[in-house]
Design a protein around this ligand. Structure first.
Ligand SMILES: [Zn+2]
Length: 298
């Protein structure tokens, strides 16, 4: 992930009225937004605990000046952790909202420090929002991009997971097939017998795994799902390994860090394929075991 060194933000804000959101304000991604409102007096310093954030993960931070009581030129500076403060151009009076990204380097609690300029007759209302950025790839997992993918439709929200069996006997042969343009198929993840995970499509993109399909009355399951291919012959005899159950559960936890996927929407390819009976995979797979492991890793 390309993140500029985090740490820093600052606002110099001069405003009397509550400003409207600028037209080009960036839409925040889907993960939960945490927010705090805070009152500041001039020459006062306040800290907000952002919590125990995940080291190396990207976070987006937005600071909004909601109101200011002093007619004098006001200024609110903000700093994440021990980072230096960046001063924005104080001549720019349109900066009422400040957005920045940062990636904590350590696991300890991270604080945001706010300082306001002016005397004690200056009062500011500030709103702080922060949120983990979408993480389209699983950490510490091999990534081999498949050409067989496209964008999800704009309205689609990722809220389902489809589990498959490859029929193809090895990880290598499966990956090769998903790398072949003429196959016109892919999945987000391939899980080998030894638990090795290969990611081939970003979570945010649309992999081609489910074909003609429907879930809870909505057609085109590729649009709103993540596809996981487990290397298995799908003959009902070839056993799924413990390492595969653990790996698929880990993928589900990674997806659930960012998206709301209920147990009822973690389904087999057989369940969503249309017409019914078109697919039988993953035959013999123990879904209750998977769902337990996804909640309580061993
Ligand atoms: Zn399948």
């Amino acid at each position: 992930m390309n993140l500029a060194h985090p740490t820093i933000i600052a606002a110099c804000i001069a405003a009397l009225a509550v400003p409207a959101l600028p037209a080009n304000a960036q839409k925040l991604p889907d993960s939960p937004v945490r927010a705090r409102a805070i009152s500041l007096l001039g020459d006062e310093r306040e800290s907000i605990l952002l919590g125990r954030l995940e080291p190396g993960r990207g976070y987006r931070l937005r600071i909004s000046l909601l109101s200011q009581s002093s007619p004098a030129e006001g200024r609110v500076e903000a700093r994440v952790g021990d980072g230096a403060t960046l001063i924005q151009d104080s001549a720019d009076r349109d900066v009422y909202h400040l957005e920045t990204r940062f990636a904590p380097e350590t696991r300890g609690p991270i604080r945001l420090h706010l300082t306001a300029a002016g005397g004690i007759d200056s009062g500011y209302q500030v709103r702080v929002e922060w949120q983990a950025e979408a993480e389209p790839r699983m950490a510490r997992v091999e990534y081999i991009p498949s050409p067989n993918q496209n964008d999800r439709s704009r309205a689609a929200k990722l809220n389902a997971i489809v589990v498959h069996a490859t029929v193809t006997p090895t990880t290598e042969a499966t990956v090769d097939w998903f790398l072949t343009p003429k196959s016109q198929v892919s999945a987000h993840y391939v899980v080998g017998r030894d638990g090795r995970i290969v990611q081939m499509v970003d979570d945010t993109a649309r992999a081609w795994h489910a074909g003609v399909s429907e879930l809870e009355g909505v057609k085109g399951v590729n649009d709103f799902s993540v596809g996981i291919e487990i290397v298995n012959l799908n003959d009902g005899k070839d056993p799924y390994t413990d390492a595969q159950y653990d790996a698929v559960a880990a993928i589900i936890r990674h997806i659930r860090d960012q998206y709301d996927v209920p147990d009822s929407r973690i389904v087999s390819h057989e369940f969503v394929a249309r017409p019914p009976g078109r697919k039988s995979d993953p035959k013999g797979f123990d879904f209750p075991r998977l769902l337990r492991l996804a909640r309580n890793p061993q």
